[in-house]
Design a protein around this ligand. Structure first.
Ligand SMILES: Cc1cc2nc3c(=O)[nH]c(=O)nc-3n(C[C@H](O)[C@H](O)[C@H](O)COP(=O)(O)OP(=O)(O)OC[C@H]3O[C@@H](n4cnc5c(N)ncnc54)[C@H](O)[C@@H]3O)c2cc1C
Length: 218
């Protein structure tokens, strides 16, 4: 799928627009690899930006949490929201302090969230949250009870007004600095899983499932 999202006054990149990407598949690859989004919203004209987990289902971004959450209650009123997601890929060390940079892939989404109230849709959303983080986990665990479903608020944001921006590759120095004897290059960064640690209350004889023992991201 190479469908292009239309740019709007809010998503038009003004700084380094050549790093902007508007293909849905590029935006979705970033969303599917990252774990955490930052949700920006206002309450009584005061800005808040709160980190939270999310999942993508089709062309929608889902967030969830306690029905008592201020963030979720604020968004449930179809308030304007701005969600950002960032993957950090490397540290870019240039020959001048000025040209130091980072390699990254990030997404910004604007819109208004809606409450997911249909029970089946809500259950699908909870499955998506679990599977987004650890694919294969949902089928192993106890399914949500009626009370757990009621206590959870799920919100859905259409991914229609969104942009991706990315930087990759080497430092870009001023011509005169390439003569310099200072080291320059990239320190790649990636998220790595350690060896799984058994819960202290784990019943005897339960082996680490394969999706946990070989866990990796990106
Ligand atoms: C990696 C990650 C994943 C998370 N996933 C979820 C999720 O899926 N669902 C969910 O509901 N919550 C999640 N949280 C917690 C989330 O950040 C909020 O704490 C929670 O949603 C409550 O929001 P609230 O607006 O009701 O907080 P309130 O308690 O009303 O916030 C009051 C104040 O507390 C402080 N505060 C709140 N949260 C944080 C925070 N995370 N860090 C620092 N200060 C904070 C801020 O100053 C804020 O203005 C996650 C947090 C992290 C870091």
């Amino acid at each position: 799928m190479r469908e292009l999202l239309q740019t709007t006054a809010r998503t038009k990149l003004r700084r380094l627009p050549e790093r902007g990407r508007f293909e849905r598949n590029t935006i979705y690859q970033i969303l599917d690899e990252a774990f955490v989004c930052h949700v920006g919203f206002t309450v009584d004209a005061l800005p808040f930006v709160i980190p939270t987990a999310y999942a993508r289902v089709g062309d929608r971004l889902l967030v969830h949490g306690s029905a008592a959450s201020r963030m979720l209650r604020a968004l449930a009123w179809e308030a304007d929201v701005c969600v950002t997601v960032t993957l950090l890929d490397g540290l870019v060390l240039a020959r001048s302090a000025f040209h130091h940079s980072m390699n990254y892939r990030s997404v910004v989404i604007f819109g208004r969230a809606k409450v997911v109230s249909d029970k089946q849709e809500k259950l699908e959303a909870l499955r998506a949250f679990t599977e987004h983080v650890v694919p294969g986990r949902w089928q192993d665990v106890r399914q949500p009870s009626e009370n757990e479903l009621k206590a959870t608020l799920v919100l859905s944001l259409d991914i229609d007004e969104a942009s991706a921006k990315m930087r990759e590759g080497a430092p870009v120095d001023d011509d005169r600095d390439y003569e310099s004897d200072v080291w320059a290059g990239v320190i790649p960064l990636r998220l790595m899983a350690g060896a799984p640690v058994d819960d202290v209350k784990l019943s005897k004889g339960i082996a680490v499932p394969r999706y946990a023992s070989i866990y990796k991201r990106g």
